[in-house]
Design a binder for this molecule. Structure first.
Ligand code: SAH
Ligand code: MG
Length: 215
């Protein structure tokens, strides 16, 4: 499997985020393959840019662009008092005092030297998808993990995936003891639709390929 440049791997490993190296390498491999279509790669769930680095590097190599979508206010489990909360990511302005991962994301991308290969969209995923009109080579779903958010991401972005494009889903846990079931449910839904075939599974990262042009 092709690996990213050493500096990119170092930037990935030092970035805040929720993706272990083996899954990151699988994401990078999928992005490299999808980039051959010459269409943009899209991520739902930027957070601090850890996974974005790998999509951006694959995009840079292919001369295309990576698009990453996030409202930057954090998912449910990242709010104060919850398991994945990081107090250093709260806006210090007392009038705001909300999660704000946008500054951290911008620092991550700048340090990785990949700013010019990424378009960051700040907003709610389904609202952005509703305005979207460009076919995509890859859709990476790693946003909100409630059924509401995961379903909305699946329904709103997969219609934009070109035939032969890749659908990558993170945090797919067939066993409920390992984690929430919403990403697993959209993964099942994609397979049961008959429009996707599974290419690889690396820990909780699943790579599917769109078989046809159907919606
Ligand atoms: N891909 C990142 C982790 C993403 S965490 C990494 O590898 O490190 C999930 C992100 O999804 C959070 O930053 C949260 O703000 C965002 N998110 C959750 N629901 C969303 C929605 N409906 N629209 C846009 N972003 C959303
Ligand atoms: Mg994830």
């Amino acid at each position: 499997m092709r690996k990213p440049r050493t500096g990119i791997l170092a930037a990935f490993e030092s970035a805040k985020g929720f993706m272990p190296l083996d899954e990151g390498l699988a994401l990078y491999a999928a992005a490299g393959e999808a980039a051959g279509l010459g269409l943009p790669l899209l991520e739902v769930g930027t957070y601090c840019g850890r996974s974005t680095i790998l999509l951006a590097e694959a995009a840079r190599e292919a001369g295309i662009v990576a698009v990453t979508v996030d409202h930057h206010r954090g998912s449910e489990e990242q709010q104060p008092g919850w398991e994945y909360h990081d107090p250093s990511l709260v806006d210090p302005d007392p009038e705001v005092a909300r999660m704000d991962t946008l500054p951290c994301f911008r620092r991550t991308l700048y340090k990785a030297g990949l700013e010019e290969h990424v378009i960051a969209l700040v907003g709610r995923s389904p609202q952005i998808a509703a305005l979207w009109g460009t076919p995509l080579g890859l859709v990476f779903i790693d946003g909100g993990h409630t059924d509401e958010h995961a379903c909305a991401d699946y329904q709103s972005w997969t219609p934009h995936l070109a035939p032969g494009g890749l659908l990558v889903i993170h945090d797919v846990f067939p066993d409920p003891a390992d984690g929430g079931q919403a990403p697993y449910r959209i993964y099942r839904r994609a397979l049961e639709s008959g429009s996707f075939t599974e290419l690889s599974a690396t820990r909780s990262l699943r790579v599917l390929c769109r078989l046809d042009g159907s919606r």
